[in-house]
Design a binder for this molecule. Sequence first.
Ligand SMILES: *[C@@H]1O[C@H](CO)[C@@H](O)[C@H](O)[C@H]1NC(C)=O
Ligand SMILES: *[C@@H]1O[C@H](CO)[C@@H](O)[C@H](O)[C@H]1NC(C)=O
Length: 775
Amino acid sequence: MHPLFCVSIFWLLPLALVLDDDSPLDCVPRRSVPYHSDNAHLFHEEGMSNYTTMLLREDLGLLLLGAKEAVYALDLNDITKKRASVKWEVTQQQEDDCHNKGKEPETQCKNYIRILHKLDDNRMYVCGTNAFNPECDYMSYANGKLTLEKKGEDGKGKCPFDPIQRYASIMVDDNLYSATSMNFLGSEPVLMRSSPSSIRTEFKSSWLNEPNFVSMAQMPESDQSDEGDDDKVYLFFSESAVECDCYNKLVVSRVARVCKGDVGGERTLQKKWTSFLKARLECPVLGSQLPYIIQDTYRWCDPDQHWKSCFFYAIFTPQADTSDLSAVCAYRVSDISRVFAEGKYKMPVTVETSYVKWVMYSGDVPVPRPGACIDKVAREAGITQSLDLPDRTLQFVKDRPLMDQAIQPIGKKPLLVRRGATFTCIVVNHVQAADGHKYHVMFIGTEDGSLLKAANYDGEMFIIEQVQLFQSPQSIKILRFSNVTDQLYAGSDYGVVQVPVATCGRSLSCMDCVLARDPYCGWDKVAGSCVALSSTQRELIQSVRDGDASLCPKAAPVPIVNQSILPGGNVKLLCPSPSNLATTSWERDGRHVTSSLRHQLLQDGLLILNASDSDVGRYRCLSVEHSKVDKYTTRVAEYQLDVKRAATSVPQSQRRGPSVVGLQAAVGLLVVSLLALLAWNFYNGHLPLPWNCNEKKKGQSNGSHGQGGHTSTGSHQVALMSGLTEGKPLVSGSGQSRSNNNHTDREVGFSSGEDDDATRVTLPSLQFIDDESEI
Ligand SMILES: *[C@@H]1O[C@H](CO)[C@@H](O)[C@H](O)[C@H]1NC(C)=O
Ligand SMILES: *[C@@H]1O[C@H](CO)[C@@H](O)[C@H](O)[C@H]1NC(C)=O
């Protein structure tokens, strides 16, 4: 598809939605909030960049931030307040060595902080790429200072050499689990646990085949386990499919897992995982032939419930540049766990001389089950650790770590599919709405620096808003949520921003507040404002499932704005719609205004060209928005238009010379409009600086104050949701790049030419062979 074509589709979307309500691909955010410095708190330090590693230290009230050559400790409540920082720069010698090996001194030969984890003794473990020579260290925060211990631990296998390579890591019981590549060339991928007896994956393409690591998470599966199961560590990644019966390279999404208690085998799989199993992860996007590729995940667990009720939310993007869709799929941890515990394995079969096909294994499966953790049954048979496992079991899993069955998302389809800016990362929140139900709200970062907020109402996806977080388009590379501050933290190469989960004050009317269907917000009739549920004990008007605004009190009439214009002049009457889902229309003296040469109906107003006496009248802009239950009409703006001769339009000016008449008219209008604007904001109880507002409503200087315009009020409120629960963010190196973890030199070829090949893969060749009998 030609990029321009995509762009045009993106821009036509709001229109398309009006025409086709139910199209699942056309999820349009109800509200678009353009960039404004009030949208978020920003941390950015001059000369510093790549703020893409984070660690929330709620116990210290800090956000630890890893950047290029530095670590920062920021105030978790207000990240603009820097509490401490420490530099970790490469030496000239290191930079020269790196340069001599053919790397770029200014970009590649620096120290990019990639790993930041908390240790049980409250210190932190930090690793950086260190000029293509990864190194790790211990760091502590005391007396307002960050201190590195300069231990100089080898970071090989823990942290990538190459700053653009993707990786994932997690700290479990002071053991670092890392997924990255082990060598300078970036060609030897590994999933490793660094502990006194460190263990890792086999270097075999059936285990990891040019992977791109995405994230890791642990699951406490030993908890109340009847089988005496072990805890697991999950790894999400994408890789070239070994099992694909196709000529071209095909990338698939995977989830792999290992057992926490695994210490490797005695002879076979010595110091290697005996429990490494992986399965394909599906996120079937309608109309796509090539599988979508996983980019980030978020683990969500209800703290009051068993691990089996946990979910993984994952973001997917297309394989090749064939489409500009992104998708979110959700998986039950129990579904994933079942495939590993009970599913069939795939096996390679050599057909003809060297051609290998992967088919379902239907022979006898050894006991204990290959890849299973040591459980009660194994212990009863005298196998108390992985070292005791028989060779037959170990050899089986060494050759066949891939499960036959793919893991399906909940509902067998994506929760959300959207065209436009590529999704990069996700955080999910569970929030109790006024109706007493709990809803999942997704926060999704995109490549252009906007944050989407979407909710799932009984299977219906609704994008509440899209907020531009960075001034210039910046890929959001990491997103974290703190359930202590109720704030989101988004990192990019340029800086880090902090945003509250809801800015209810963006809705100025009850109708807008209710139709926004934001579970965090409701309309307070007494205060006459849209407020956070958590901020008040009063009963609020909210209807997240249906968008039923019938309980809203009658809106105060919009003030009429007097607008004068000289004959033959042009004027734009503004009518900013509060919602992308609404359609606006104009009436003049109660009559519908249709588009004509002289009357142009624009997205945000009515343009009257070459005005004449016939244009005089009362203009009213109406906005109509459909919700599930009803159709709501709001009067957005009202104007009294007069076409006057200059001399009569501003009578006082007659006393002064005619030369200043025009100027005075303009100044007069401006003053009136500013006063109206100010009054309106005061009336609503918001006190933003008027010039902020003006900047925000660029071009609205003709006395319109746009009822639905976005105000800057209400941001940064620290909304402490009492009924809120949270999931631990996955510790991951999210969104660094698309570079995979082996065969770097081939990767160059891949990005330049093989993409095209990938798109040429035809459907029949994509089928996975499911049974030996099919050969
Ligand atoms: C670091 O940030 C710069 C922009 O400031 C960007 O061009 C570069 O790709 C980033 N490097 C990495 C490794 O993310
Ligand atoms: C925040 O989440 C952690 C687990 O991630 C949980 O232990 C804690 O109770 C939560 N705190 C609040 C205030 O919900």
